[in-house]
Design a protein around this ligand. Structure first.
Ligand code: NAD
Length: 283
């Protein structure tokens, strides 16, 4: 039986770390504040927003919600981003994506000040991840994977790590961050040949492919650490499932994150921790 790497344990540790920072800020009359900029009423945005708001409340972070209609124009959305850039009471801004098709998402992301970009969507933040220049913050989900590895004291040095998926929000930054932890990293994607063998040969596997329970028994071998980033709603089961077929992997591997209750839980906490860090940069 595999060890279950529960997100709640990591969240508790992150919460403890944030508490001291929030108290230090309060002593200087600064309340760390997150602005959520949402266009429309997508179910997954609303659910993430609820999670983020409740986490913020627990930690003592203020939330401002800016909600715009689905048919908002590019100019109106841009003017809202500029207003949040200029609002000194706001330390971090979360813009829900994907945006509706009529909007130029790249231009919207580029308009956000990297200092307030708490989810790695600007070039400034990504330069921080890829070049170590330190502006902005890394994408929360990729960092959540690293927080899990750190919390459970999984040493990556010299280990063979495979990342399945190469998106800019998860796969690519996670691969770079693993390299930063001295792992030997292979990135698998839709054109990878014999992906199951590549994954099976790894000691650490991070799965972010967006394929509902598509990563099955043949990808796994004894002793592996598996981080499942996937979040998919299964209509038949009436619950969330990962990209990994949990019941296949769990009897084989050494440790695995559950879905729900794994990476997703930690992601929200990482987001809130970025708001606190952004506020602390003012001190
Ligand atoms: P995405 O669709 O943007 O990217 C998926 C990547 O996986 C692409 O690079 C694609 O080439 C690759 N891919 C697709 N099918 C594949 C296959 N069969 N084999 C190998 N590679 C394949 O998705 P994303 O935004 O990176 O998200 C990945 C998963 O993580 C999704 O299930 C998503 O719901 C979930 N997610 C979770 C969190 C969280 O907080 N836990 C946050 C963001 C995304």
């Amino acid at each position: 039986m595999a060890d279950v790497l529960k997100g709640a344990d990591v969240v508790a540790a992150l919460g403890e770390r944030m508490k001291a920072d929030v108290e230090e800020l309060a002593a200087k009359n600064i309340v760390p504040t997150l602005a959520i900029l949402r266009v429309g009423e997508r179910d997954d945005d609303l659910s993430y927003e609820r999670g983020a708001m409740s986490r913020c409340k627990t930690v003592g972070v203020e939330v401002k919600s800016v909600v715009l209609p689905e048919d908002v124009t590019q100019d109106v959305l841009l003017s809202n981003v500029y207003a949040l850039n200029d609002d000194d009471s706001v330390h971090g801004v979360l813009i829900f994506r994907p945006l509706p098709k009529h909007l130029d998402e790249n231009a919207i992301c580029a308009a956000l000040k990297p200092e307030k970009d708490i989810d790695g969507i600007t070039e400034g933040s990504l330069a921080g991840v890829f070049m170590g220049t330190g502006i902005g913050f890394p994408p929360c989900t990729a960092q959540a994977c690293m927080e899990i590895l750190d919390f459970f004291e999984i040493d990556c040095t010299g280990k063979r790590a495979v990342v399945i998926g190469r998106s800019l929000v998860v796969g690519k930054p996670a691969a770079i961050m693993l390299m930063g932890k001295n792992a030997t990293v292979t990135v698998c994607h839709t054109r990878t040949v014999d992906m199951a063998s590549v994954a099976k040969n790894a000691e650490i596997v991070i799965v972010a492919a967006g394929v509902q329970e598509g990563i099955t028994a043949e990808y796994f071998s004894p002793g592996q650490i598996v981080i499942d980033v996937g979040i998919n709603w299964d209509d038949e089961k009436g619950k969330l499932v990962g990209d990994v077929k949990y019941d296949d992997a769990e009897p084989i591997v050494a440790a695995i994150t559950p879905v729900p209750g794994g990476v997703g839980t930690v992601t929200t906490s990482v987001l809130v921790s970025h708001v606190v860090k952004a506020a602390k940069k003012l001190l």
